[in-house]
Design a protein around this ligand. Structure first.
Ligand code: GRF
Length: 201
């Protein structure tokens, strides 16, 4: 299937997926990288890997979240995208896009969900004093950083960790986890006779 990756910034998870898709083991191709801002550093990285990119600038849509998402949806359809992977996409999604891509939209989040949904996960993990932290890949539902968990990776929190050192340790795992989970997700889906992505199939 053709995957679109939605980004807003650095794009290191995007790069991990692009590099996975360049390997023979990966059962999908990256058909599009889409950003909600022209300032996402990841756009240049995608271009360097010859991946088509698109910017759908949310600031042009004033406060109309749905019309921004309708534009995104049209671009995804036009590019024959079958699976959407959020990778550091920092816009909240409304029910519109989530419903269109129900069961076919994944997100990576830098915590062991259901703990620490939302922002500043590493800071909050340090403040809470947890000894194990990590990252999660989950299906996207209407509730932010919720939805069925497809895979997780754990790391230790070390005594002299800073937000930065902990974030780096987790990020390294994110880059391994996301391609692996997507691969399993697609393989399980294609085992189904209709070739559809199933939530519990
Ligand atoms: C990652 O930590 C991801 O889990 C979170 O935002 C960060 C994006 O980093 N959703 P990058 O743009 O993939 O480098």
């Amino acid at each position: 299937p053709r995957i679109a990756i939605l980004i807003s910034g650095r794009g290191s998870n995007m790069l991990a997926l692009i590099q996975a898709a360049e390997q023979a083991f990966f059962p999908a191709e990256i058909g599009l990288v889409l950003s909600n801002t022209p300032h996402a550093e990841g756009l240049a990285i995608a271009k360097a890997h010859h991946i088509p990119t698109h910017v759908e600038d949310h600031t042009l849509y004033k406060k109309n979240r749905q019309s921004h998402e309708e534009a995104i949806h049209a671009v995804l359809k036009q590019a024959n995208i079958e699976l959407v992977c959020l990778a550091g996409y920092m816009r909240m999604l409304s029910d519109y896009l989530v419903t269109q891509w129900e069961g076919k939209m994944l997100n990576i989040h830098p915590s062991l969900l259901p703990t620490f949904p939302g922002l500043n996960t590493h800071k909050r993990a340090l403040e809470a004093g947890v000894k194990i932290h990590g990252c999660s890949v989950h299906l996207v539902t209407e509730i932010m950083d919720d939805g069925p968990i497809l895979g997780q990776a754990a790391v230790p929190v070390l005594p002299d960790d800073t937000e930065k050192s902990l974030a780096l340790r987790v990020l390294e795992q994110e880059h391994k986890l996301y391609p692996r989970v997507i691969k399993h997700f697609i393989e399980r889906a294609s085992a189904h006779p209709k070739g559809e992505f199933l939530l519990n199939g």
